[in-house]
Design a protein around this ligand. Structure first.
Ligand SMILES: [Fe+2]
Ligand SMILES: [Fe+2]
Length: 176
C-alpha cells in the first residue's frame, strides 16, 4: 500500500500514512470521519452560521476544552507514573485540538488559555478527576448535539462524544 494523505473532517488536520488510522491522531475522531485528501474539499467547513443556542453551546464547549487541556497538562507534569505522564500529556493535546476546533467555528483570533487548573500529584486522584470531567463533557456534548440546528455543529458534537468516551474508558481501566 502506498503512503497517502488522509484528512480528518472534524478538525481539518491531515495525516500521512499507509491507510487511514483508526482515530484521528489530532482530535481523536473515529475513522469514519477520515477521508482521502484527494477526494475531500473542506471549503465551507469553517464558515458556519450559528444560531443563539448553538453559539452558546460552542462557547461553553470551548471553556470545557480549555479547562480540561490545562488540567491534563498540569497532571502530566505532576504524577510520577510514566503511564500517567504519557496518558495526561496526550489527553492535553487532544483537548487542546478540540479547543482549536471550537475556536475556528467561533472565528476567534486567539484563545485565552486561563485560568490555570489545579491537579494533584496522586495518579488515582487525577484519574478520578479525569473521569468526572469526561463524564460531564459526554453528557453536555450529547445534549448539545441533540439541540444543534447547524449540521456542522451537530456533527462535531457527535464526533466528540465518541472521542470523550474513549477518554472515559482510559481512566476506567486504570481505576479498576
Ligand atoms: Fe475534548
Ligand atoms: Fe476528553
Amino acid at each position: 500500500m502506498a503512503v497517502g494523505v488522509w484528512v480528518c473532517k472534524i478538525c481539518g488536520e491531515a495525516y500521512i500514512g499507509k491507510g487511514k488510522p483508526s482515530r484521528c491522531p489530532f482530535c481523536g475522531a473515529y475513522d469514519k470521519y477520515i477521508v482521502d485528501s484527494k477526494k475531500y474539499d473542506d471549503t465551507g467547513d469553517w464558515d458556519v452560521e450559528l444560531n443563539d443556542v448553538d453559539k452558546a453551546n460552542v462557547e461553553k464547549a470551548l471553556g470545557v476544552e480549555i479547562s480540561n487541556n490545562l488540567f491534563y497538562k498540569c497532571a502530566s507534569k505532576k504524577v510520577k507514573e510514566i503511564d500517567g505522564q504519557k496518558l495526561f500529556k496526550i489527553l492535553a493535546k487532544v483537548e487542546g485540538e478540540h479547543a482549536s476546533v471550537w475556536k475556528k467555528i467561533l472565528k476567534l483570533d486567539e484563545i485565552k488559555w486561563e485560568p490555570p487548573e489545579t491537579c494533584v500529584d496522586d495518579y488515582k486522584a487525577d484519574l478520578e478527576d479525569s473521569h468526572a470531567r469526561e463524564d460531564r463533557a459526554i453528557k453536555f456534548y450529547g445534549e448539545a448535539a441533540k439541540a444543534a440546528k447547524t449540521p456542522r455543529v451537530k456533527e462535531i458534537f457527535e464526533a466528540f462524544v465518541e472521542v470523550e468516551t474513549d477518554h472515559l474508558k482510559l481512566s476506567e481501566v486504570r481505576l479498576k
